[in-house]
Ligand binder design. Structure first.
Ligand code: R5P
Length: 284
């Protein structure tokens, strides 16, 4: 077996290689002067199983993944497992308006062309897995996030909305602390009020958990509300830290005490490793 490491997921590939004791294949990748991608597998993967690891965000990483899969197929790999630590495009998982692309489905179809198994972490919604026409499985990084948060004396885990409730509940169970969620109330056409359901944040250290932080808007609103309700410290934690535009500024301005994300998208907030949960799934 070989692991084929994509440039977007080198850390996870190296960690997986150590945990599973599978070598990383020698490869060559480069960009032509016009920026087109080139990929070649040097090791002989004919009749071997390969595990390709590549996050599909931002877009150039997606093209890299397609070519890595193609190279494995063309080299005669017996079985191709594709690990996508962060599956981009997952939030457009339905047609919200006529004529729209169902991006999560369209991209899944293309990835499925050269894959025997797809593994991803904390997909935005589980039903996205059904869009792959090959086997697809997911694991969650919440236990890893919870074990990082354990050292932070957290009193309460908060879900920023009902959609994040299951993740928050799981983290609170692992950490042995209480959990709550933000309730949204529409005041009028333009105003949405958000407050912690139980209104019991006073003097507490709270960690807000979500799958994705993109613009930071959701988290910033939740932080401000918690601080308004007397929270002592507020941490934000997510599996996939996209931190688009000025997200970090927004979180700091809202009064965030620490930003935590995993390594599915590598950045300076990647404090939690995810290779362990992927390895468990592969071993199954
Ligand atoms: C939404 O359903 C997701 O779970 C996240 O809450 C959302 O993607 C966060 O986006 P943003 O950081 O832009 O508010």
């Amino acid at each position: 077996m070989y692991i084929i490491s994509g440039a977007a997921s080198n850390t996870i590939s190296e960690d997986l290689s150590k945990i599973l004791k599978i070598p990383i294949a020698k490869t060559i990748s480069k960009r032509f002067p016009d920026k087109e991608f080139y990929f070649r597998i040097i090791d002989d993967v004919k009749d071997k199983e390969v595990i390709i690891v590549q996050t599909t965000y931002p877009d150039p990483n997606l093209v890299e993944l397609f070519l890595m899969q193609n190279a494995a197929e063309e080299s005669g790999a017996k079985r191709i497992t594709v690990v996508i630590p962060y599956y981009g495009y997952a939030r457009q998982d339905t047609k919200f308006q006529d004529g729209e692309a169902i991006s999560a489905k369209g991209i899944a179809g293309l990835i499925s062309l050269n894959a025997d198994l797809v593994i991803t972490i904390d997909p935005h919604k589980e039903h996205i897995l059904d869009f792959f026409s090959t086997s697809a499985k997911s694991c969650t990084a919440v236990p890893e996030i919870a074990s990082y948060l354990k050292q932070k004396n957290i009193d309460m885990i908060l879900a920023p909305d009902k959609g994040a409730l299951d993740r928050a509940r799981l983290a609170s169970e692992i950490m042995g602390c209480e959990f709550d969620y933000m309730e949204k109330t529409r005041i009028d056409g333009n105003t949405v009020e958000m407050k912690p359901k139980k209104l019991a944040a006073e003097n507490k250290t709270v960690a807000i958990i979500d799958d994705i932080i993109s613009t930071g808007g959701t988290m910033a609103l939740a932080i401000k509300e918690l601080k308004k309700h007397g929270a002592k410290k507020v941490f934000v934690a997510c599996t996939h830290g996209l931190f688009a535009v000025d997200a970090i500024k927004k979180l700091s301005a809202a009064g965030c005490d620490e930003i935590i994300s995993t390594d599915t998208i590598e950045n300076k907030y990647s404090k939690v490793k995810t290779a362990g949960c992927i390895a468990k799934l592969i071993k199954k």
